[in-house]
Design a protein around this ligand. Structure first.
Ligand code: PEP
Ligand code: MG
Length: 578
């Protein structure tokens, strides 16, 4: 059965099916005189839940090896247990509606879930899952149900957990147990459960529809977290081929892990700085765990997406500061909010006909100056605590950069006491127009970072989210490579560094082309770092330069991609196909 490859690795073992779907909630109307008792029951269940999540946090801390850093997601769950919305809201519901604690909690969870879903945002509707995980845990405690998957029958022999869904806390507890891998019916790549599994190195496949209908506890199962496949009751041939695939992966993974503390250096000794792209402050820990040398792109708009009103300066400041301190003395590049198009907070969701060509990113910021300046002030205030860079998205030309810098100067004057030289100002190059005027922009920016995700979208006229034209979407297109070259040349002439933070920087086969063209800094998702690093350690700059000049002279994407792939094929063993 096919699902989403949520966490890499292969496991073969007997299944253990956990039913997480149905919690039957008793609905009872109560008397005024029972209100206190129900409220107390709720609070007891909340306390019990808190102890359980704390135990999961401890399991991570005890596992050592930096796993404790991944407890941030669970810390967020602990906060939810103190949260006014869910807990206080349920208490009120008990008193006002005169209903039992379970029913009140269920109604409150639905209400909060609905509220998050109504914001119409994919990221947030996923976060509403966290509300569900936390709420369901309290519900199970209220009902006296088993809360921990591993507690129920104490499986001691290695097993694979199959479930409709798993919470991040349940996933976290697998570090100490005999669970080799898991597969769920629900979940997406960016759900916290998937992030947790990746962080802990537990192979996982999520989003496998109707999975639990197809197997029983004790069935032999293969989980292929590399390709997102669950094989139920495999025959001997499949077992043999997957055992081999697992051994190959294990070997490569060991090598990958061993590169964690090794520098990303070419065989002729040139250092390449590998940085991370993050969306949430908690991911800073993940970035460090994967050996990032800094944050090359912090997509700050994610902070705004779940809020009805824009975040205040203090709250922003505290969040940015936490990331800054976690990474210090490493550099952090904050990208000012790239709101608009696909990323809009709820109500403000764009009604434009072509939102990707509409009021987004820097255009949105310059139109909503008060909101923009608030963010700039919050960012500037963190400069005392680390290596701060501020970068602007979707700059189309010099006048936009100038207007933005003028606003930044206003913010600087208001905040005061900022060393102007300490803050570096960068320009994202992600529009073809910016490529063509990169020489002009370079005179007034401290650095460039190329956003290939949008650059490809806008130069090849391909909606980056449209499946129908996805086959055309490639960084190997000669026009994309020529654009990148122009930006590098402009940066070199003006003596400013040029980095890349678009997804092209995370593709192993792109690495030698980029290094050969002259990149010395790349930013990517945390999990891509070991792969790109391993690739970089397998070639010399001289070889990469030859490859770059060869592909820059080529005529088609296919030719370029094939050449790049065969260049790395003999060096880094990154192919795990069964
Ligand atoms: C890009 O466009 O390449 C980029 C890094 O920014 P985002 O993906 O957030 O648009
Ligand atoms: Mg972009």
């Amino acid at each position: 059965m096919r699902g989403i490859p949520a966490s890499p690795g292969i496991a073969i073992a007997r299944s253990r099916v956990v039913d997480r779907r149905h919690i039957r909630v008793p609905r009872i109307r109560i008397e005024q005189s029972d209100v206190e008792h129900e409220r107390e029951r709720l609070m007891e269940a909340v306390t019990e839940s808190r102890v359980q999540v704390e135990t999961a946090v401890r399991a991570l801390l005890d596992a050592g090896g930096g796993q404790g850093d991944h407890s941030l997601i669970l810390q967020a769950h602990l906060l939810m247990l103190d949260d006014k919305l869910l807990v206080d809201g349920t208490l009120e519901m008990i008193s006002e509606k005169l209903i039992n604690a379970e029913w009140a909690l269920q109604r409150k969870m639905e209400e909060v879930g609905q509220m998050l879903a109504n914001l119409g945002d994919e990221y947030l509707s996923e976060r509403s899952q966290d509300v569900e995980f936390v709420g369901n845990r309290v519900l199970r405690n209220l009902l006296g149900h088993v809360t921990e998957i591993l507690e129920s029958e104490e499986p001691t022999s290695p097993c694979i957990v199959i479930s409709s869904n798993l919470s991040p806390a349940e996933t976290a507890q697998m570090v100490a147990g005999p669970v080799l891998a898991f597969a769920t019916e629900e979940g997406t790549l960016t759900s916290h459960t998937a992030i947790m599994a990746q962080a802990l190195g537990i192979p996982a496949v999520v989003g496998v529809e109707r999975l639990t209908d197809h197997l029983e506890g004790g069935d032999l199962v293969i989980i292929d977290g590399l390709d997102g496949i669950v094989i139920i009751r495999p025959d001997d041939t499949l077992i043999k081929s997957y055992t081999e695939k697992a051994a190959r992966y294990a070997e490569v993974e060991t090598r990958m892990r061993s590169t964690r503390d090794q520098p990303a250096v070419t065989t002729d000794g040139v250092d390449i700085q590998l940085m991370c792209n993050i969306e949430l402050p908690g991911e800073a820990a993940l970035a460090l765990d994967f050996g990032a040398e800094g944050i090359g792109l912090y997509r700050t708009e994610f902070l705004f997406l779940d809020k009805a009103a824009p975040l205040g300066e203090e709250e922003q400041y505290r969040t940015y500061l936490a990331v800054m301190k976690a990474m210090a003395p490493r550099p952090v590049v904050f990208r000012t909010f790239d709101l608009g198009a696909d990323k809009m907070p709820g109500e403000l969701r764009s009604r434009e006909k072509n939102p990707a060509l509409g009021l987004r990113a820097i255009r949105y910021g310059l139109r909503n100056r008060t909101m923009f300046k608030t963010q700039l002030r919050a960012l500037l205030r963190t400069s005392k605590y680390g290596d701060l860079s501020i970068m602007f998205p979707m700059i189309s030309g010099l006048s936009e950069l100038r207007q933005t810098k003028a606003l930044l100067d206003e913010a600087r004057a208001e905040v005061g006491n900022i060393n102007p030289d300490a803050v570096k100002i960068g320009c994202m190059i992600e529009l073809p127009s910016a490529v063509f005027v990169a020489d002009l922009l370079a005179r007034e920016a401290d650095f460039f970072s190329i956003g290939t995700n949008d650059l490809i979208q806008y130069s090849l006229a391909i909606d980056r989210g449209n499946d129908h034209v996805a086959y055309l979407y490639t960084p190997y297109h000669p026009s994309v490579l020529r654009s990148i070259k122009m930006v590098l040349d402009a940066g070199n002439n003006a003596d400013i560094p040029v980095s890349m933070c678009g997804s092209a920087a995370a593709q192993c086969a792109m690495a030698p082309i980029l290094v050969g063209m002259g990149f010395r800094s790349l930013s990517m998702s945390p999990t891509s770092i070991p792969f790109v690093k391993s690739t970089i350690r397998s070639f010399s700059v001289t070889e990469a330069q030859d490859l770059a000049s060869q592909v820059l002279a080529m005529e088609t994407s296919a030719e370029i991609e094939d050449t790049a792939r065969s260049f790395i094929a003999d060096r880094a063993e990154l192919d795990f196909s069964a």
